[in-house]
Design a protein around this ligand. Sequence first.
Ligand code: ADP
Ligand code: NA
Length: 290
Amino acid sequence: MAIYNLGSINADMTYRVPHLLAPGETLATSSLTRGLGGKGANMSVAAARAGAQVRHLGAVGDDGRWAIERLTEYGVDTRQIAVLSEATGHAIIMLDSDAENCILIYPGANRALSVERIEAGLAEASPEDIFVFQNETNAQREAAELASARGLRVAYAAAPFDADAVTLVLPLLDLLVLNEIEAAQLEAATGQGIDSIPVRDVVVTLGARGCRWINTDSGDSRDFAALPVTPVDTTGAGDTFTGYLLAGLDRGLPMATSIEMAQRAAAIMVTRQGTADVIPDLKDVTEYRF
Ligand code: ADP
Ligand code: NA
């Protein structure tokens, strides 16, 4: 059993600034931290830390070999990550003293992977495997079709939200994970309530209020309360949640048990500054006392 993740890989460059830049302004900062980020990379690391076998399908530029190395160190199978002529995707994050931020994303290589490479990356995939993707890469529909045709369970994290992107893949999905804002955007775009979206399992994350799981086969929904923590940095909580959720399902755990683990992992993530580099491992998650 493996998780195939078609996902973005970014260099997250975080600059601490006294205030966010205004138009025309030039500001010097002496504080730069470069970390591994991108929703795709975050989810791969989370699922690997949760004990899953993760095969990352993605791309970086020549300047992104460090990111491949780091993913490998974190236990992700990186053999299907291409090195392309485009620049590695990156995010330039300005963070002020009130923890407000401004983020500029350059997708670069993340949007340049060929369908042929995705197909080659899925060559060994079988129906016991899970395929996951987010909205930070190209060829989403083609990839979901290939995975679906091979019998994989297809999961989508609809972020960053784009109505056209999600509508295009909706008929192919077995599991949809989205936050509350994205759920409202999807309802507005489709004119349908989230509980009548034609996807068997839908999980809506609600930040500090936990999450809701909707099983459209049975029409049942179930609410899960969040774990009590003092938030330090909520970046990466959603990606950690999804990575852990998929790792649980991949191990054959029931949805509710997988959600409970995912919520523990995401809550710990909220107490930590940073993204992929600080995602908790399974031992942290089982032993943490809330
Ligand atoms: P996203 O980061 O994608 O916007 P959410 O903010 O909904 O996603 O958070 C994802 C999950 O992380 C939640 O379902 C919850 O389990 C956990 N989480 C987020 N914020 C908190 C918080 N303040 N306290 C405890 N858990 C949280
Ligand atoms: Na965090």
